[in-house]
Design a protein around this ligand. Structure first.
Ligand SMILES: Cc1cc2nc3c(=O)[nH]c(=O)nc-3n(C[C@H](O)[C@H](O)[C@H](O)COP(=O)(O)OP(=O)(O)OC[C@H]3O[C@@H](n4cnc5c(N)ncnc54)[C@H](O)[C@@H]3O)c2cc1C
Length: 305
C-alpha cells in the first residue's frame, strides 16, 4: 500500500486529476486548514493560547520556472510580514526545489539568504525541509553556506538514511538547528533502512547522540514525529542524563494527533505545529496517506457520507 501511494504521489496524470475530486478535497482537510495564507494564519491563532508554536510551509515542489521560484520567495516574505504583524510565535519551513534548486542553485541560495535575513527580523529560524535522496547533498551544501552568515537557519535530517549519523557529526560543529524525522520518500535499501523497526532504532540512536549537544545549548534539536512512544523513550533518556525535556522540541503536523500536541504542551514539552497550506497539496497529501494507510479509509469514508 505504501509503495502504491508513493507511486501515486509521483504520477503526473493523477496529480492533474485527483485534486479536482470533491471527496479528495474534503479528506485533505484533516491535514490542512485551507489553501490560503489567511486560513493557515487563522489556524495558528488556535495554538496560541496553548503555548504551541507554529511552523508554516506552503505546499509545492519541483518548480519548472525561475519566475515561479521568485513568486514562492515573494510569498514567504509576505508571510513573514504577516507573522510579525500578528505577533505569532511562528517560523517558516521551505523546500529547496520550491525555490528553484532543480533550475538554478545559485538563485535558490539567493532566495534563502534573503528569507533567512527576513526570518531573523521576524524573530525566528528559517527551516530547510529535506526532500528525496537526490537532493540530500545539495540541501546540506545550501545549509552550510547559509550558516556562514546566518545563525538562524535549521535543517531537516531523515533517520531512515544510512548516511545521517555522519551528516549529524559533520553539522554539529556549526551549532546547527536539526529537525529529525523518520523520512517520507521511497528510498532504496542500499541507502536507507526500510523496516519500521530499523528506522525507529536509528531515530532513537540519533536522538541519544544529539541530546548532549542540545543540553549544552550547542544544538537546536526538534523531534519531527508523531510517535509519542518514541518521544517518551527519548524523554526518559534525557531525564536520566540530567537534560530537561525543554532542551528539545517536538514538531508535529497540523491535525495529527491534536490531543497529543495539547498533552505534551501541558506536560512542559516545547511543541510546534507544522501548518501546511496552499493549492499544490497533492504529492504531499499522498505521502501523508502513505505514512498511515488507515488514512485511506478515512478518505474513502468521505465518499460514503
Ligand atoms: C514537523 C514535521 C516535519 C517533517 N518534515 C519532513 C521533511 O522535511 N522531509 C521528510 O522526508 N519528511 C518529513 N516529515 C515526515 C516524516 O518523515 C514522517 O514521514 C512522518 O512524520 C511519519 O512518521 P512518524 O515519525 O510520525 O512515525 P510513524 O511511525 O510513521 O507514526 C507513529 C504514529 O503517528 C501517527 N501518524 C503518523 N503519521 C500519520 C499520518 N499521516 N496520519 C495520521 N497519523 C499518523 C500514527 O498514530 C502512528 O502510529 C515531517 C514530519 C513532521 C512531523
Amino acid at each position: 500500500m505504501r509503495t502504491i501511494l508513493l507511486w501515486m504521489a509521483r504520477s503526473r496524470v493523477l496529480k492533474a486529476w485527483l485534486p479536482r475530486v470533491w471527496f479528495v478535497r474534503r479528506a485533505v482537510r484533516k491535514f490542512m486548514p485551507g489553501e490560503t495564507t489567511e486560513a493557515a494564519l487563522d489556524a495558528a491563532e488556535g495554538d496560541r493560547p496553548h503555548g504551541i508554536g507554529i511552523l508554516f510551509t506552503r505546499l509545492g515542489e519541483n518548480l519548472t520556472s525561475l519566475a515561479d521560484a521568485q513568486a514562492v520567495a515573494d510569498h514567504y516574505h509576505d508571510l513573514l510580514d504577516k507573522i510579525r504583524a500578528r505577533g505569532l510565535d511562528a517560523e517558516i519551513s521551505v523546500k529547496p526545489t520550491q525555490l528553484g534548486l532543480d533550475l538554478d542553485p545559485a538563485a535558490t541560495l539567493g532566495h534563502l539568504l534573503s528569507l533567512a535575513a527576513h526570518a531573523r527580523e521576524a524573530g525566528g529560524d528559517l527551516w530547510l525541509d529535506m526532500e528525496g535522496s537526490a537532493y540530500t547533498d545539495a540541501t546540506l551544501d545550501l545549509y552550510r553556506r547559509l550558516k556562514q552568515t546566518h545563525p538562524n537557519v535549521a535543517i531537516c535530517l531523515q533517520a531512515y538514511l544510512r548516511r545521517t549519523p555522519a551528516d549529524v557529526h559533520g553539522l554539529l560543529p556549526l551549532k546547527p538547528g536539526i529537525r529529525l524525522v523518520k523520512g517520507a520518500y521511497n528510498e532504496q535499501a542500499r541507502i536507507a533502512f526500510r523496516r519500521k523497526s530499523e528506522v525507529d532504532a536509528a531515530y532513537q540512536s540519533l536522538c541519544v547522540s544529539m541530546l548532549s549537544a542540545a543540553g549544552k545549548g550547542k544544538l537546536r534539536l526538534a523531534l519531527g514525529t508523531h510517535d509519542t512512544r518514541l518521544i517518551g523513550r527519548v524523554a526518559d533518556y534525557s531525564r536520566s542524563t540530567g537534560i530537561a525535556i525543554d532542551r528539545f522540541e517536538i514538531q508535529m503536523l497540523y491535525g495529527i494527533p491534536r490531543d497529543e500536541q495539547l498533552r505534551l504542551a501541558r506536560e512542559g514539552y516545547r511543541v510546534r505545529d507544522l501548518i501546511a497550506y496552499g493549492e499544490a497539496w497533492y504529492p504531499w497529501y499522498m505521502r501523508r496517506l502513505a505514512e498511515r494507510p488507515a488514512n485511506v479509509f478515512f478518505a474513502l469514508r468521505q465518499v460514503i457520507g
